[in-house]
Write a protein that binds this ligand. Structure first.
Ligand code: HAM
Length: 440
């Protein structure tokens, strides 16, 4: 056999039919929770001006510095494929004057995002994220609500071993001072840092706290911590967030080294991780925080906001690995429509449409001409009834109904067939219910 010529690009992947059930389950959970907390859906374009991200996530971050798919459009615009959803949602909030609406404006989204990362398990170059963003409210209860919603999504999907890590990274008032003392500490240990962190020292020293390299872990252990250097307002905000989390009885722990990789964050940052049997993190499933400075970075006026986003593939990967329940597969049709001859084929297309309007699932095999092979398909999928539409039936406007279990056959007038099958399905359902009741 010749080698397959075309494959997905590195880091890209197909969401195959067998994965759809997981996608749907996760989407259902997200949408249900978003609706409950009165978040409204928003869709922003996949292609944005690159500056929406360079001005907000920060040019020195990995996402913007290394991972963005940037290109010039034919019209000369400097565009990119969106690497995340928060900056575009804020762009949209500002562009559409949403500050005139009652605040906070609560929005949620879901869709594909792109980062040119080194692919590995749970890390793709095109992946799907969902996110919740509450814009226009500085009250710490919003931080609590966003964390609660994020936790709820995973809990509802059946995750048992999840932990919320939380920290406060201060704001424009207290962070410059913290940055100064952190830089001075790190500079004195520069030679003990990994090569990347030595570079980060100049432009993004906070990120060093997040580095997973063994070398840097040791340096980090003695580093100053953000929460010891918060200004009065950040301190009080963080205290209230933790009080909310206590009240909600959420399983959180303080992680003084959590800083997150995007420049727009202020005050609260959090991540939800799944812990393996050995207490090791299996990667971040959902991450987020407050971003009171983002609106201004994008040219708007100061607007407090808080949000979170989760990776659908990452969640799905763990659900598959752990064989977590996703509910039953799409209901298999109980009825199979078989046809024989041109006239019957034409008429059965119409009948099939009538079943669809009546919301009755019916399987068919219009591409097959042999009745025998259609009966084989019906048998294989476990259909309870087969409707046989042959030449004689088509001419005389009736259909033959065959009960696959008993082998019995009867004729039904064509204009009564949908109604009769509806009744049969109802009886079948009622029978199943009675059986369940008598068992319990
Ligand atoms: P993030 O931490 O960069 O935050 O991404 C959020 C989640 O997206 C991660 O926790 C992970 O599950 C998933 N994710 C990120 N990169 C990849 C990848 N390459 N492959 C698969 N999954 C990935 C943000 O994007 C912020 N916008 C979150 C936020 C919303 N903050 C406030 N509001």
């Amino acid at each position: 056999m010749s080698k397959i010529k075309f494959q997905t690009l590195t880091g890209m992947h197909d969401v195959l039919p067998e994965d759809q059930i997981y996608f749907k389950r996760i989407q259902k959970s997200i949408e249900g929770i978003a609706n409950y907390y009165t978040f409204q859906k928003i869709e922003t374009p996949i292609v944005e001006m690159a500056d929406v991200f360079t001005k907000s996530i920060g040019e020195e971050t990995d996402i913007v510095g290394k991972e963005m798919y940037v290109f010039k459009t034919k019209g000369g615009d400097n565009a990119c494929l969106r690497p995340e959803g928060t900056a575009p949602v804020m762009r949209s909030y500002l562009e559409h004057g949403m500050h005139n609406l009652p605040q906070p404006v609560k929005l949620w989204y879901e869709g594909p995002f792109f980062r040119y990362e080194r692919p590995q398990a749970g890390r793709y170059r095109q992946f799907h994220q969902f996110g919740f963003e509450a814009i226009g409210e500085k009250n710490p209860s919003i931080d609590g609500q966003i964390i609660q919603m994020s936790y709820d999504v995973l809990k509802e999907l059946g995750f048992k071993n999840i932990k919320i890590q939380v920290n406060s990274i201060g704001d424009s008032e207290c962070r410059p001072y913290f940055r100064k003392i952190l830089t001075s500490y790190l500079r004195s240990r520069k030679s003990s840092l990994c090569a990347d962190c030595q570079k980060r020292l100049k432009d993004n020293p906070l990120r060093i706290l997040d580095c997973k390299e063994e070398k840097c872990q040791q340096v980090k252990a003695g580093a100053p911590q953000t929460i010891d250097h918060l200004c009065e307002s950040c301190h009080s905000h963080f205290k209230q967030v933790l009080e909310f989390l206590d009240e909600l009885e959420l399983p959180y722990e303080l992680n003084p080294y959590l800083v997150r990789g995007l420049d727009y964050y202020t005050k609260t940052v959090f991540e939800i991780v799944d812990m393996s049997d050995f207490g090791q993190s299996q990667g971040t499933l959902i991450g987020g925080g407050r971003y009171d400075g983002l609106a201004r970075m994008l040219g708007g006026r100061d607007t407090p906001a808080c949000g979170a986003a989760g990776g659908i593939e990452r969640i799905m990967g763990l659900m598959k690995e752990r064989e977590m329940k996703v509910g039953s597969k799409q209901e298999e049709p109980q009825i199979f429509l078989a046809q024989l001859g041109q006239l019957a084929k034409r008429k059965s297309l119409k009948l099939f449409e009538e079943f669809r309007s009546a919301k009755i699932p019916v399987a068919e095999s219009f591409t097959k001409d042999s009745l025998k092979s259609q009966m084989r398909s019906a048998d294989k999928m476990g259909a309870k009834w087969v409707l046989i539409f042959g030449q004689k039936e088509a001419l005389e406007e009736f259909i033959t109904l065959r009960d696959m279990e008993s082998g019995e056959q009867k004729e039904i007038k064509l204009d009564k067939v949908v109604e009769e099958m509806k009744e049969k399905l109802k009886q079948l359902k009622d029978g199943k219910k009675d059986k369940k009741l008598s068992k319990s």
